[in-house]
Design a protein around this ligand. Structure first.
Ligand SMILES: [Zn+2]
Length: 281
């Protein structure tokens, strides 16, 4: 069987635009609220509410999404059978990347999950900005009860200037339990990785892939699962800024309907059940 977990990274476009003055690179409450409302509607109409919204936590919006203008949405997503996660952007886009500064990552991650849990919001999913990762982050995720990581895009190798940002060369292409020694290998840590779906260089990364590419990847993944008799569990990636226009939303819904021909969308609870049942086998 083929299973998908639909995800939305809570980014806004201006964050990445280095040509804008600093005061224009921060998120706007009203705009972000309407984007998130669209995400919730799309998930309700197409996914029985099952998706993960990854809350952006960068220094430009450290606690912006943790106040009462947004916590109601996070509660609503969970009540609808969806989930929330945190999306840590410890970077200044195209200038600096702090993902390998583990004490900084530990500080940000523990503060974010503490505030969310204080609001009564459960959180166990994580994704880094730029899909950055290092094995040293695994114990930090464990300490904070974040047992599902979504930062893997298999074969991604991102270097910006002197900075190695993201290295997923050789990583598995379906759910795996990470090794403490190498995040790209299976092992015995308590963190499970759910890679972005990929087949033959075609990624379930909506912004980068047209409908045909998405369908070809899904077709191949289903065929691979049937051939091997093994479940394939992967994630599907979109961003909040992709929910800005009706045309964009229509395109997202078209891609979701294509994916539904080949696999099932599940939430974190169902993901946990699948992990448990695979342990018993
Ligand atoms: Zn991001």
């Amino acid at each position: 069987m083929l299973y998908f977990i639909f995800t939305v990274d809570g980014d806004w476009k201006e964050y990445f635009n280095v040509n804008l003055p600093e005061d224009e690179r921060v998120p706007r409450t009203g705009i972000m609220q309407s984007l998130i409302e669209q995400e919730i509607e799309v998930s309700r109409r197409n996914l029985n509410g099952k998706f993960i919204h990854f809350i952006h936590t960068s220094a430009r919006a450290r606690t912006f999404f943790l106040n009462e203008s947004f916590t109601g949405y996070w509660r609503q997503i969970i009540e609808n059978d969806g989930d929330i996660g945190i999306h840590c952007h410890e970077d200044d886009p195209y200038k600096a990347y702090y993902f390998h500064d583990i004490s900084r990552m530990r500080d940000v991650i523990s503060k974010q999950v503490t505030i969310l849990r204080r609001h009564g919001l459960s959180v166990c999913a994580y994704r880094s900005g730029w899909l950055a990762f290092s094995s040293d982050l695994i114990p930090v995720l464990e300490e904070n009860g974040l047992c599902f990581d979504f930062s893997c895009e298999p074969e991604r190798y991102l270097v910006d200037g002197q900075n190695l940002v993201s290295d997923w060369r050789g990583a598995p292409t379906s759910l795996y339990r990470m090794s403490y020694h190498d995040h790209r290998k299976t092992g015995d840590s308590r963190v499970f990785e759910i890679p972005i779906g990929v087949s033959g260089g075609r990624y379930l990364y909506f912004e980068k892939s047209d409908a045909r590419t998405i369908e070809e990847a899904a077709y191949n993944l289903k065929a691979e699962s049937a051939k091997t008799g093994r479940d394939i569990i992967v994630s599907v990636l979109t961003h909040s800024y992709e929910y800005a226009s009706l045309d964009d939303i229509r395109s997202i819904e078209e891609k979701i309907s294509l994916l539904k021909k080949y696999g099932y969308f599940i939430n974190i609870k169902e993901l946990k059940n699948r992990v448990e049942s695979s342990k018993k086998k």
